[in-house]
Design a protein. Structure first.
Lengths: 121, 187
């Protein structure tokens, strides 16, 4: 059954890789019409691929992502604060507005609001 | 998709872990699947897939944005799988058979309604058999068969991803297919 020529088997693989020159394809097609052993070989190759492709898709187990996240090295606090500011822009600007309103004009000279401004960068 | 992922990666590079959670959600099934098909055990696949994401996070700065993130990530996964396979080589075949069976039973598809019970068993047995044959392949053929026929990547993508010349990828897939044919082709 495995007596087919090396060359024909190579052409079969070229065919399966969808990278077969036109002349090889013609030779292979012609050969398959006449050689039963090669037809069988080619059929078995295609069948094996079909079996592998027929395996079901597999999904990661439930809770996978959170287990990964738990194992990561901890992130810097600064990033967390920046993300918080970004995701609550309205709240931040409202707070800022209220602080400025309450504090009046000379508030800029004080320490606390300066820290808030640094987050905004 | 690529654009969303690249934006997330930039956030991760700035140290934002929440953005990385999204990356894990996007790629977890693909990465887990590669590991499972390479290794044949569910527990080990989870272990390897987790390690893949942890390494990706720690080394995110070495990822070049002009490359495809998925290729970079799958490369980490396949390297880890191959290391694992090489480490446990001596008792590998016996081990693979047992763990492969256990993993597959848990993961097999629900058969379509109306099928006879007998058919379901047959399908499951087939899946186990196919997985066992994949696990018997030498790892350098196995990885290419998995990437090509399970992940459906092109040979060019595989060549780039594994940093192996296209000609070598072809030789390996040919040998992989011939090895599978000897077992699966006769069924």
């Amino acid at each position: 059954m495995d007596a087919c020529s090396e060359r024909m088997i190579l052409y079969m693989h070229e065919y399966l890789d969808e990278d077969i020159p036109e002349d090889h394809k013609k030779i292979l097609e012609h050969h398959l019409e006449t050689c039963r052993a090669c037809r069988q070989h080619f059929y078995e190759l295609k069948k094996s691929i079909f079996y592998v492709q027929s395996l079901p898709n597999i999904q990661a187990p439930p809770g996978f992502a959170s287990r990964v996240m738990d194992k990561l090295p901890k992130e810097k606090k600064r990033v967390g604060a920046r993300r918080w500011v970004k995701s609550h822009p309205f709240l931040v600007s409202t707070c800022l507005f209220l602080i400025l309103m309450a504090g009046g004009g000379d508030f800029f000279g004080m320490e606390q609001p300066e820290r808030i401004f640094r987050y905004e960068k | 998709m690529e654009a969303i992922v690249n934006r997330k990666i930039k956030q991760v590079m700035k140290g934002d872990q929440n953005a990385f959670n999204d990356i894990v959600e996007i790629y977890k099934d693909k990465v887990f699947q590669i590991c499972f098909r390479m290794i044949g055990s569910r527990a080990e696949a989870e272990d390897l897939a987790q390690e893949t994401f942890i390494r990706a996070y720690v080394n995110i700065r070495s990822f070049k944005q002009e490359r495809k993130f998925s290729s970079w990530l799958y490369r980490i996964a396949t390297n880890l799988c191959i290391d694992r396979i090489r480490k446990k080589k001596p008792d590998f075949y016996l081990d693979a058979e047992i763990s492969g069976t256990e993993g597959l039973t848990l993961y097999s598809t629900v058969p379509a309604e109306g099928k006879l019970p007998e058919m379901q068993v047959e399908t499951l047995e087939m899946q186990e058999m196919i997985q066992r044959e994949i696990l018997k392949l030498p790892e350098k053929y196995r990885i290419i068969i998995v990437l090509k026929y399970i992940e459906e990547l092109s040979l060019n993508e595989i060549s780039e991803m594994l940093d192996i010349p296209l000609g070598t990828v072809k030789t390996r897939i040919h040998r992989g297919r011939e090895a599978l044919r000897k077992q699966l082709g006769k069924l």
